[in-house]
Design a protein around this ligand. Structure first.
Ligand SMILES: [Zn+2]
Length: 155
């Protein structure tokens, strides 16, 4: 969720750590659980990821009876525009998509969005979740030889 590093978002009520974000665990309506469970079975990081993300979006919308639109756009970061009812995703990150969907569900509450997305992700992608590193509440992908990041975290 690189966009969360931006100054614009940093003022939100983010949970202070991943432990706060996932504990106590959140419970979800069964329709949503089934949607993400089915999505996980489609091997989300293989094949046409964009089509799979749209299918996930449409199924989540149906599960909650809400109708935000979602599109991919490069360069603006990922965000939810409440006025337009629009989710814009800059990447195919599943956690980011879940995070922005949670904003569509419950407004600008960052704690809710972080808790919702991380709990949902952990429940259905336990292996991927276990490989994430966290910086506060921010989920970072496993290091891929990023010199910059390594320098920062070694200190
Ligand atoms: Zn957010």
């Amino acid at each position: 969720m690189p966009r969360l590093r931006r100054g614009r978002s940093i003022r939100g009520n983010y949970p202070s750590s991943v432990d706060h974000a996932i504990n106590p665990p959140m419970t979800f309506k069964i329709e949503a659980v089934n949607v993400v469970k089915a999505f996980a079975r489609t091997k989300p990081w293989r094949g046409d990821q964009i089509a799979k993300r749209h299918r996930l979006h449409n199924a989540l919308c149906k599960a909650y009876g809400i109708h935000p639109t979602m599109r991919f756009g490069i360069g603006l970061g990922s965000f939810y525009d409440a006025k337009k009812g629009l989710i814009v995703l800059a990447t195919t990150s599943v956690i980011t998509q879940l995070h922005e969907f949670a904003h569509a569900l419950n407004g600008s509450d960052e704690e809710y969005a972080v808790r919702w997305s991380l709990n949902m992700f952990r429940e259905h992608f336990p292996l991927s979740f276990s490989r994430l590193r966290f910086e506060g509440h921010l989920a970072l992908k496993p290091p891929i030889k990023s010199k910059k990041k390594e320098d920062r975290h070694d200190s």
